[in-house]
Design a protein around this ligand. Sequence first.
Ligand code: CMP
Length: 144
Amino acid sequence: FTDRTFVMIKPDGVQRGLVGDIVARFEHRGLKIAAMKMLLVSEDLAKKHYEEHAAKPFFPNLVSFIRSGPVVAMVVEGKDVVPMVRSMVGATNPKNSNPGTIRGDFAVDMGRNVIHASDSPESAKREISLYFNTSEIATYKRID
Ligand code: CMP
């Protein structure tokens, strides 16, 4: 079974018209987009998604930011896809996100950082199930 990760283009990425550029990076790398949809995140979903940060001072901002506009949620598949996508996304702190990474090329703020990607296979499983039903995840052959 190939690995899966959860990726979400945040409201700033959608509003800045970066959806195509970001999806292209995953496609061109050879990863498979197994599911993708645009949605507005409910308050309940936002709180569940970020539950590990519930006690942090920036939690209310995190929840309101993710709900400030539509997001594009994706399931991406490939061998060792979780660390691979994290390396493509770049560091959370923009000071440390290298050029060539999505955040290093497109973001300067800690909060408005364009994209979310799961940090472990366990988080990926949890996040995928929050955003997608199994029937929404496609099976097809990725040709390289
Ligand atoms: P992400 O990795 O998608 O999920 C957790 C988010 O918390 C992270 O992106 C940042 O956008 C945000 N975050 C982490 N640390 C801080 C911080 N010190 N101040 C504001 N936002 C933060």
